[in-house]
Design a protein around this ligand. Structure first.
Ligand SMILES: Cc1cc2nc3c(=O)[nH]c(=O)nc-3n(C[C@H](O)[C@H](O)[C@H](O)COP(=O)(O)O)c2cc1C
Length: 76
């Protein structure tokens, strides 16, 4: 929830984000880049930057599973 909220808040500032959970497999690389206090565990990383909306990498077709196939709503 924290990661999602961070990414949504970044959008409000015109920033794009990419959540990168795989980086925790190589925490020493992250520790080289970002000062991380000893004893603190890296839970995830989030790349933040200004999106290039016209870049091809940001414009390829990304099929999505239909929401109704993933979520069952119980509203009563
Ligand atoms: C918890 C979590 C961890 C993720 N870790 C990685 C990762 O390590 N590497 C990666 O390329 N994408 C990772 N992703 C996927 C990207 O953050 C992103 O969701 C994906 O590129 C889809 O982008 P799109 O919604 O613009 O298509 C992760 C997503 C989540 C939710």
């Amino acid at each position: 929830m924290i990661v999602q909220s961070f990414c949504l808040a970044a959008m409000e500032y015109g920033l794009g984000t990419c959540i990168m959970g795989l980086t925790i497999l190589w925490p020493e690389i992250i520790r080289d880049i970002v000062a991380t206090p000893k004893g603190k565990y890296i839970a995830t990383t989030i790349a933040v930057g200004y999106p290039e909306f016209d870049a091809p990498i940001n414009n390829f077709e990304r099929p999505r599973e239909a929401l109704e196939n993933l979520v069952e709503w119980h509203l009563d």
